[in-house]
Design a binder for this molecule. Structure first.
Ligand SMILES: Cc1cc2nc3c(=O)[nH]c(=O)nc-3n(C[C@H](O)[C@H](O)[C@H](O)COP(=O)(O)O)c2cc1C
Length: 208
């Protein structure tokens, strides 16, 4: 089995974490060094991560997530945000290409203006969809990179986003796309792998 296949198959949503396991900032950094390669529309890199390790804040997040036990025992609680105004960063993101001479000034100006226009024309719902779509791709990369480094995760949507926003001082234009708890799974209480649809049931060719 290739390494990728084994990581995809071994990743499970952790049901319960072993308590008192620390994850160092170095280990988190190593994961994020891979996460940065996730794709994003126009390379705008909409995702932003808030790592919660402080016990008091973790307890508040636990309260805001329907008291899901795994939030308390996770080594860190990771909030994945999507930036609704990531297109405003198009000038900085494309600057390198300008300096390297890959884009000339005119091409750079067109690129920046067309990205702005793309988002502005499509409006707020699209900006929100984009924030969540791009953050979700980043989040999946995070979970696979974490698994590769021996960590277990659980993606979670069972939390009150407004409360989380307030507890962590998250600016209004950042949408919580999901929460990911990370730690070492207590495999003794691993759930049996849930039913998966056969491929023919979720893939169709040329028409629905
Ligand atoms: C967007 C999303 C939200 C989820 N929210 C929760 C959650 O709040 N609590 C939880 O225990 N599991 C949550 N899960 C985990 C799913 O239950 C799990 O992925 C699914 O049952 C398949 O199991 P597996 O990931 O082990 O293959 C969530 C998964 C996703 C993708």
């Amino acid at each position: 089995m290739s390494e990728l296949v084994s990581i995809i198959k071994q990743r499970r949503s952790a049901n319960k974490f072993l308590p008192q396991v620390d994850i160092s900032s170095h280990e988190l950094e190593e994961i994020f060094e891979l996460v940065k390669y996730a794709p994003s529309a126009f390379n705008l890199q909409h995702a932003h991560y808030v790592i919660v390790q402080d016990e008091e804040r973790k307890q508040q997040i636990y309260e805001a997530s329907g008291k899901q036990y795994k939030v308390q025992t996770a080594s860190a609680v990771v909030i994945v945000l999507g930036h609704m105004d990531a297109h405003h960063n198009a000038p900085q993101i494309n600057e390198g290409l300008l300096h390297l001479g890959i884009l000339n000034q005119q091409e750079y100006d067109i690129q920046v203006a067309s990205v702005q226009q793309f988002y502005d024309e499509r409006g707020e719902v699209f900006k929100r969809d984009e924030a969540i779509r791009n953050a979700s791709l980043s989040a999946m990369t995070f979970m696979l990179a974490a698994k590769d480094k021996g960590w277990d995760t659980c993606p979670m949507i069972g939390f009150d986003p407004a409360a989380v926003q307030q507890i962590l001082d998250i600016p209004e234009r950042y949408v919580p796309a999901m929460m990911i708890t990370i730690g070492r799974e207590d495999t003794g209480s691993q759930r049996i792998r849930g039913y998966r649809k056969p491929v023919g049931e979720f893939v169709s060719y040329d028409h629905f």
